[in-house]
Design a protein around this ligand. Structure first.
Ligand code: FES
Length: 192
């Protein structure tokens, strides 16, 4: 065998090898079957229904029912908001019905007119006085003060949770949620 024959054989072998390799590169890519619908249906059967609104990630499957329940709850919530709008507190007094009372602030050394639609604390602060407070919502006694009279009559508290009737009878008030309903003198920073 001479060199040319050997070269021919090598060339043929390489060509054949390349062809085999080309054909053996594997099967072409095909997208896998979309099973998302099957998964959703499976979850719909396995996730129990609830009768309360759930976060969106639980709405798969029971989504329809959940959405309906959520809708009802939403309606209730809206109703609740409407009610709270309609509900009025001791400070919700129409402009033309606001009354003013003379109140002597003993420790501050001044007598000022206070309106019946604003808490005593706010009105004292409007004078620039540094009055004590913490929660400003009637759930501690940091702002408590003592007035010269029965606070059950002279003060209307907006949802205070700390003073009992006897303490208020002795004149103790929570100034952050206490609205004046008469004239009195007040000593701030006094607790029962
Ligand atoms: S600041 Fe807490 S009750 Fe007034």
């Amino acid at each position: 065998m001479d060199y040319s024959q050997m070269g021919l054989i090598i060339g043929l072998t390489l060509t054949l090898g390349a062809t085999v390799l080309h054909l053996a590169r594997g099967t072409p890519w095909r997208p896998t079957e979309d099973i998302s619908q099957d998964v959703l249906e499976h979850r719909a059967k396995s996730v129990p229904e609830t009768d309360f609104p759930e976060p969106m990630n639980r709405s798969i499957g029971g989504g329809g029912a959940v959405a309906a329940v959520g809708g009802e709850a939403g309606a209730e919530l809206e109703g609740g908001e409407g009610e709270s709008e309609a509900a009025s507190g001791p400070g919700d007094i129409p402009e033309d019905e606001i009354e003013y009372y003379e109140v002597e602030w003993v420790k501050e050394g001044e007598t000022i007119e206070v309106a019946n639609n604003e808490p005593l604390l706010d009105q004292g602060e409007d004078q620039g006085w540094d009055l004590p407070y913490a929660c400003r919502e009637g759930s501690c006694v940091s702002c408590s003060a003592k007035i010269s009279g029965d606070a059950n009559e002279l003060i209307e508290h907006d949802n205070q949770q700390m003073l009992d009737e006897n303490e208020m009878g002795e004149g103790y008030v929570l100034t952050c949620v206490g609205y004046p309903r008469g004239e009195f003198s007040i000593e701030t920073n006094e607790a029962p």
